[in-house]
Design a protein around this ligand. Structure first.
Ligand code: KG4
Ligand code: ZN
Length: 412
């Protein structure tokens, strides 16, 4: 929460040439309420985060053991006005000083999305400013262009969060090619469930952490190879992901240890640290294997020019330093740059929505006048771009066996 934040040195980010905004700084307000964070930010076209404010509901949902949609909605309703007012106050601007209001309308929890969209529409109507509807996952994918001035499209993006697991090529601000996605759960969901089942919130040091954070911290005290949690989807030569098998294996392992030690009630299994490290290892291995295949696919199709290949990772799970380390090693192996927004921009926030608004505004995409807002509605389920996962599968790309073990052993 600060006034003007510039990620990079002086930027000369001049947008689209032929338009009336070409030499004017544009400034967009972004509002995010798709899940459990009420976020607002003002970002300008010189990559300045003018102001931002975030109210997180994490604490409440940790106590309930998961997100309960009506509770999330009520908390968004309770906080949205304050979050927006605070963002404006910090910016020293008024609504009249922003060019448009961008808001997440898809995908997400319908009750949560509605609060943000309705409030954004209200702001547009009272200020006569246009509205820019935003796809939450597209915004995650493009955030790296705010923080990495040199990031050119097309690039490969991996979005790993509590609700999503997607691998896509970003060709343009509005053109995404989906290479693969989770066929069941997201990695954050598996981590959150494992953390709950392991009762990590009973540890004082993890009490205020999300499940993923708690497992990352606990894993530093354990051995990643101590417990073999198996491999997943090895028979599928595609870039899809699966975490439900892992979830079941974790549950079985916990039951086995509880039985072995005659654990009752709130007691914690002695193997907790090793299990956390092994869970993190298993998730990292699965992710790296699928990303490696995507890189092979890109090589064969030449979908991204060879001399300028970047993997962007974002989403809450991308703040995990272990996962980053091995994706970084993979990138070194495959001649990719790795670009990761800072942790605060990997999780949900208003900044990414405002930045996506800037990208769209500069290209005149999806701008709706304040008197034409009835057409805009929320969409709780919304795919990311065009699904080309079958093309990947049809290529039947084999990853060299034991490649992740080698990567792990040489980068311990
Ligand atoms: O992107 P995000 O804030 O919200 C959505 O799911 O859209 O991601 C939240 C998820 C949660 O599942 C949380 O446990 C996970 O990201 N997460 C992490 C870490 N920090 C947050 N997972 C692994 N390691 C972390 N350090
Ligand atoms: Zn998200």
């Amino acid at each position: 929460m600060m006034n003007v934040r510039r990620f990079l040195g002086p930027s000369h980010f001049i947008f689209n040439t032929n338009v009336r905004y070409s030499h004017k700084t544009c400034r967009i307000m972004g509002i995010e309420t798709s899940c459990d964070d009420t976020g607002c930010a003002i970002v300008d076209s010189h990559r300045n985060i003018v102001s931002e404010f975030l109210h997180s509901q994490q604490e409440t949902h940790i106590n309930f053991g998961g997100i309960i949609p009506p509770i999330a909605r009520n908390l968004h309703k309770e906080h949205i006005e304050r979050v927006v007012t605070e963002t404006l106050k910090q910016s020293h601007f008024t609504l009249q000083d922003v060019d448009a209001i961008a808001v997440t309308i898809k995908p997400g929890l319908s009750l949560s999305l509605l609060v943000g969209m309705n409030y954004a529409k209200h702001l547009c109507r009272i200020s006569s400013k246009p509205l820019i509807p935003i796809h939450h996952m597209e915004a995650h994918a493009l955030t790296a262009r705010l923080t990495d001035e040199n990031l050119q499209m097309p690039f490969l993006v991996l979005l790993i969060s509590g609700g999503h697991c997607l691998l896509a090529v970003v060709k343009n601000v509005d053109t995404f090619l989906l290479l693969g996605q989770s066929v069941d759960d997201a990695p954050g969901e598996a981590l959150d469930k494992a953390a709950r089942r392991l009762q990590l919130k009973n540890f004082k040091e993890f009490r205020h952490c999300s499940g993923g954070q708690a497992i990352e911290r606990a894993a530093t005290k354990g051995d990643a190879k101590a417990i073999d949690l198996g491999t997943f989807m090895t028979g599928y030569k595609d870039c899809n992901f699966s975490f439900s098998g892992l979830k079941n294996t974790i549950r079985t392992q916990i039951l086995k240890f509880e039985k072995k030690h005659d654990i009752k009630g709130d007691e914690i299994i002695p193997e907790v640290y090793d299990l956390c490290a092994s869970i993190q290892y298993s998730i990292t291995k699965h992710i790296c294997t699928r990303v490696q295949r995507a890189m092979e696919f890109i090589d064969r199709t030449n979908m991204i020019p060879k001399n300028n290949r970047t993997l962007v990772i974002s989403g809450g799970v991308a703040s995990n330093m272990f996962i980053r380390k091995y994706l970084n090693a993979l990138c070194d192996d495959m001649a990719y740059n790795l670009s990761v927004p800072p942790p605060a921009l990997c999780t949900d926030n208003g900044v990414m929505i405002a930045w996506n608004g800037i990208e769209k505004f500069s290209k005149h995409l999806d701008i709706f006048s304040h008197d034409n807002l009835d057409k805009i509605d929320i969409l709780p389920k919304a795919p990311l771009g065009k699904d080309i996962s079958q093309e990947v599968s049809d290529m039947n790309i084999r990853c060299p066996s034991g490649f992740f073990n080698k990567l792990y052993n040489s980068n311990k």
